[in-house]
Every structure is written in structure tokens, then in C-alpha cells.
Design a protein around this ligand. Structure first.
Ligand code: NAG
Ligand code: NAG
Ligand code: NAG
Length: 296
């Protein structure tokens, strides 16, 4: 029983996958052609052909009745955007051209054909349309002022007009940044429902740094990478460049110089005193000294 369930779910999974693969991807603002064709060798008379393109919600996308476009029952959101290929109709090619695609066009589409004289109409194709938006080339901006070593710096990456949500990745010095907690990515939606993305990367710069940002659209299998920006790192300014360690060394050297100086002075004083003590022991006093002694 559980085996059967597993097989069934596998089958359902495969079906779901096939369904997704059967989807056409259309790009916002562009034109898409939704295929529908009648397997026929004979050439048809267009006045015998009636075609009705509908959404899965039963809105009329395009009506063509007995050789003529019929606009009256067309859903307003498709006004002026649909067209059949008139020269292809006689060959059984009933494909629909839909222009100025928007996000709301996402969904299922059916192509129903009726030939004059036949009792019923036939559904010839069922397609699903998924919509994507192309992200603009991302642009990275770094700080405007000079960057000093061991400082925190923000880089900002911007890209607009995409759908669905993007994957944003940063590379620092050509290495892909993995799961960084120092990236802050914000999405906004515009009036058309498209995303604009702003991602801020914070780095502690320890040397010259180069940065790129990549915005990926899975649905379009498209990766857009910004130009690489380079920052040359300046050493700290001289005024605050003397670190604590250097200060200690300078003070120590000064203290040492003073101590050595004191020592020299002390030694000289001691030597002089020693000489004075030795004087009385000089063996022969000079005559001058004798006479002086007499005078006293
Ligand atoms: C139907 O016509 C369109 C427009 O000329 C063409 O691009 C498409 O390939 C045709 N489809 C078939 C099945 O011939
Ligand atoms: C960098 O950006 C964060 C927000 O992501 C902000 O909090 C911080 O102040 C910024 N730092 C600098 C140096 O601009
Ligand atoms: C970056 O530098 C700041 C301040 O020097 C420090 O608090 C922070 O932990 C550093 N972050 C990293 C990721 O090195």
C-alpha cells in the first residue's frame, strides 16, 4: 500500500514537472506566440474557421468567427494586444500573438476550434504561460570618500525591473561570498509588480578590495554581473597613526636616556670625590703649598 502511494506520488511529481516544462516563458513588455495548430493537410477556407482563445478563468482572449476577428466579447485586459496570423490560418496554424506581456498574463490558455458544418468545437491546445522580468545590469557603488585600512565599508548593489524574486550574490576579491551575515538585501515592487533590489554588503577592509554583485533570475536562467569596482586602501592618517604600542616604546626610550644620563652624572661626581680624598696622601707637597702653610 505504502509502496503504491510512493509510486503514485512519484507519478504525480513527474506530471507536475511535465506541466511546468510545458509552460512558455514570456518576458514583461515583450511579445509571445502561443502555439496552436490543426493537424491537416488540406487547405482550409478561412470563412469556415472559428477560433476562440480563452484563459483558464474562461476570459475571452481572442475570438475569430467565420473568417473575421470578433472583438465584442474580448476581455478588456487583452484589448489591442492579440492577433492571429491571418495568412497561416488556411494551413491550420491558429497560433496567438500576445504583445506587451504583463505579469497578469500568467496562467493557462486554451485554443478552441470550430469548423462550419461540424456539430461541435474542439479544444486543440492547452498552454501555460509563465511570466518573467529581466533584471537590469546591476550597478555597485562604494563609499565616496577615501577608504582607510581596518575600517568598515558599505557597498550598495542596485538592479531593477525583474521577476520573480532574484538571488543576489557578492564576490569580494573574485571570491564568492557564502551565506554572509554582512549582506542586507531589500526588495521593492513597482506598479507593474516587478522587483527592484538593493543589497548592501559591509566589509572590514584590510587591503585593496574589488567587488562585484550578481543578480540571478532562475526562471530565465539568467545571471547579470555588475562591473567590478576597485578600492585602493590608504594607510591611516599620520596624526592618528601613532598607535598605543609605539607610544609606550617612545616613553621607554626617553626614560632610558634620562636614566643613563643620571648614571653618568653620578659616576662623575663619585670620581671627583675620590680624587679629593686622595690628595692629602700626595708624597711631596709643592713649595708653594709649604709657603702658604707658613703664612697661615
Ligand atoms: C504559425 O505561424 C507563426 C507565424 O508565422 C509561426 O511562427 C509558427 O511557427 C507557425 N506554427 C506552425 C506550427 O507552423
Ligand atoms: C552600512 O550599512 C548599514 C546598514 O546596512 C548601516 O547600518 C551602517 O551604518 C552603514 N555603515 C557605513 C559606514 O555607512
Ligand atoms: C569588523 O570590525 C569591527 C570593528 O573593528 C568589529 O567589531 C567586527 O567584528 C569586524 N567584523 C568582521 C567580520 O571582521
Amino acid at each position: 500500500m505504502s509502496h503504491f502511494c510512493r509510486e503514485l506520488s512519484l507519478l504525480l511529481l513527474l506530471l507536475a514537472h511535465a506541466q511546468a516544462d510545458n509552460c512558455l516563458t514570456a518576458i514583461v513588455g515583450e511579445t509571445v506566440q502561443i502555439p496552436c495548430s490543426l493537424n491537416t493537410e488540406e487547405s482550409l477556407k478561412t470563412e469556415d474557421i472559428s477560433v476562440e482563445w480563452k484563459t483558464s478563468e474562461d476570459l475571452i482572449v481572442h475570438s475569430f468567427v467565420k473568417g473575421q476577428d470578433y472583438w465584442t466579447n474580448q476581455a478588456p485586459q487583452f484589448k489591442g494586444r492579440t492577433q492571429l496570423f491571418s495568412s497561416e490560418l488556411s494551413r491550420g496554424n491558429l497560433s496567438l500573438r500576445l504583445s506587451s506581456v504583463s505579469l497578469t498574463d500568467d496562467g493557462g490558455y486554451t485554443c478552441n476550434y470550430h469548423r462550419s458544418g461540424e456539430p461541435t468545437s474542439r479544444q486543440l491546445s492547452q498552454m501555460c504561460l509563465q511570466i518573467a522580468g529581466r533584471y537590469s545590469l546591476p550597478v555597485v557603488q562604494g563609499p565616496a570618500s577615501p577608504v582607510f585600512k581596518d575600517h568598515e565599508v558599505n557597498f550598495t548593489c542596485k538592479s531593477t525591473g525583474g521577476f520573480p524574486e532574484p538571488k543576489v550574490q557578492w564576490s569580494v576579491n573574485k571570491e564568492l561570498l557564502q551565506n554572509s551575515r554582512r549582506v542586507n538585501t531589500i526588495l521593492n515592487r513597482d506598479s507593474r509588480g516587478l522587483y527592484s533590489v538593493t543589497s548592501v554588503l559591509t566589509v572590514n577592509v584590510t587591503g585593496d578590495v574589488s567587488v562585484t554583485c550578481t543578480v540571478e533570475n532562475d526562471r530565465l536562467r539568467e545571471k547579470m554581473t555588475s562591473a567590478e569596482i576597485h578600492y585602493l586602501i590608504k594607510a591611516e592618517k599620520e596624526s592618528n597613526g601613532v598607535s598605543g604600542g609605539t607610544k609606550v616604546v617612545v616613553v621607554l626610550v626617553a626614560v632610558l636616556v634620562v636614566l643613563v644620563g643620571l648614571l653618568i652624572v653620578v659616576i662623575m661626581v663619585l670620581k671627583r670625590r675620590k680624587r679629593k680624598h686622595q690628595r692629602p696622601r700626595t708624597p711631596v707637597p709643592s713649595k708653594d703649598e709649604e709657603s702658604e702653610a707658613e703664612r697661615l
